[in-house]
Design a binder for this molecule. Structure first.
Ligand SMILES: [Mn+2]
Length: 402
């Protein structure tokens, strides 16, 4: 038995923080989500899988657009023509409600619509069979574990696999993987966007999102191609993404002067072609106070210059999204604003009513409140002291050449 396990496509979610005006990037952002789905279907056809299993959050919005729905149906019809089934459940984002869909789901699509564990059986072309157990969301949240409701392994079918959309936090059907029946052949998880195999006997895996949409989604590996034969499970990641989110740390030498600094950055940040249509780079520079101050003063300009250079060198395939700075030689924090902001805030907090509002929550605690009282003078002192503490611990935009 062979299938592809995916989840969390969020097919109608925009990509955040890529504001290039280059036409090919604009086009890519518009078409990428649907291309990823089409790529998944291509892989299903190439690998001649028995079914495609999608564990929730196919749609980002509970009410998806007609356009998006049509795109999904069209791709599922391609699988129908090849007699490949689709097993689809709904997650917390696209929780199931009747009458949301403008089209009939193709006949090859097996839907789990209920917020209760159900088991469905598929007959495979080679005479084998598989039981599939899982549930959908009918609401945005599920506050209890669904793990106790999974049935025992069905020995009347050749295989038994389970799926589960959730994690260990209170709104998403809180569970721990060890609660899931271990006698199943495979556990397909959804909801967490990072790709991760949690255990191997049986395999319990979050496929992760096949295409990240934000810079946080930089640990995705693709979809899982799973083959189960005579009790042994083989799994393999297939990367189907177009846009790759990448985090890079770069150390910048202390001895560099202004001119060399820019050249060094350009060289260090360039990422050679990696097969993806676009790499979105979040860069973090580890540098000294002196270099950091230089960069901070003209950060927006430096960033725009580098963006331009990197786009050109890569043929519009590399987008610098962020340029963060980390201090390497002391424990000071590098701030992207000037010290005047601290002074402005200080003035604000010295105002009696504002100060009292800020500490208001503390004053509600009887045991604490009786030890707290401030004269106008004390308030000013406290704020001044705090401001200085902040200034000592941080490097600001206007503190050049220190
Ligand atoms: Mn989810």
């Amino acid at each position: 038995m062979k299938f592809i396990h995916t989840a969390d496509l969020h097919i109608d979610q925009p990509f955040s923080g890529i504001d290039s005006d280059k036409t090919d990037i604009q086009t890519l952002l518009k078409t990428s989500n649907q291309d990823v789905l089409s790529e998944i279907v291509d892989r299903c056809l190439e690998e001649k899988v028995d079914f495609l299993l999608i564990v929730g959050d196919t749609f980002h919005q509970a009410q998806s657009s007609i356009h998006t729905q049509k795109a999904i149906m069209t791709q599922f019809e391609r699988l129908e023509q090849a007699e490949i089934k689709v097993v689809l459940s709904f997650g917390n984002h696209d929780y199931y409600t009747k009458n949301r869909y403008w089209f009939e789901w193709p006949d090859n699509v097996i839907l789990f619509k209920k917020e209760e564990v159900q088991t469905k059986t598929i007959q495979l072309k080679n005479g084998e069979s598989v039981s599939i157990s899982g549930f959908s969301y009918e609401n945005q949240w599920i506050n209890q574990s669904m793990a106790p409701f999974y049935p025992k392994r069905n020995f009347e079918t050749t295989y038994h696999i389970g799926f589960y959309h959730g994690d260990n936090s209170k709104n998403y059907a809180p569970f721990t993987p060890s609660e899931l029946p271990a006698s199943y052949d495979y556990w397909a998880l959804g909801h967490i966007h990072k790709s991760e195999i949690l255990s191997t006997n049986p395999v319990v895996a979050y496929s992760g999102t096949p295409q990240g949409h934000t810079k946080k989604e930089n640990q995705t590996k693709g979809v899982l191609l799973v083959e189960i034969k005579q009790g042994s499970v083989n799994h393999q990641w297939l990367d189907v993404s177009n846009i790759k989110w990448h985090k890079k740390e770069v150390s910048i030498l202390e001895t560099l002067d202004k001119k060399d600094l820019l050249v060094a950055l350009e060289k260090e940040l360039f990422t050679p072609a990696n097969g993806f249509l676009l790499t979105v780079l979040e860069a973090r520079l580890i540098t000294t106070a002196e270099n950091a101050s230089l960069l901070l003063k003209e950060k927006e300009e430096v960033m725009m210059y580098l963006q331009d250079q990197l786009l050109r060198q890569s043929g519009n395939k590399l987008w610098l999204k962020d340029l963060g700075l980390n201090q390497s030689t002391s424990d000071k924090l590098i701030m992207g604003f000037e010290t005047t902001l601290i002074d402005d805030l200080g003035r604000k907090y010295k105002a009696e009513d504002y100060f009292e509002k800020t500490v208001g929550d503390l004053m509600l605690q009887g045991t604490i409140a009786k030890y707290l009282s401030w004269e106008q003078e004390d308030m000013a002192d406290l704020v001044n002291e705090s401001s200085q503490l902040i200034k000592d611990k941080m490097i600001f935009k206007n503190e050049a050449d220190q």
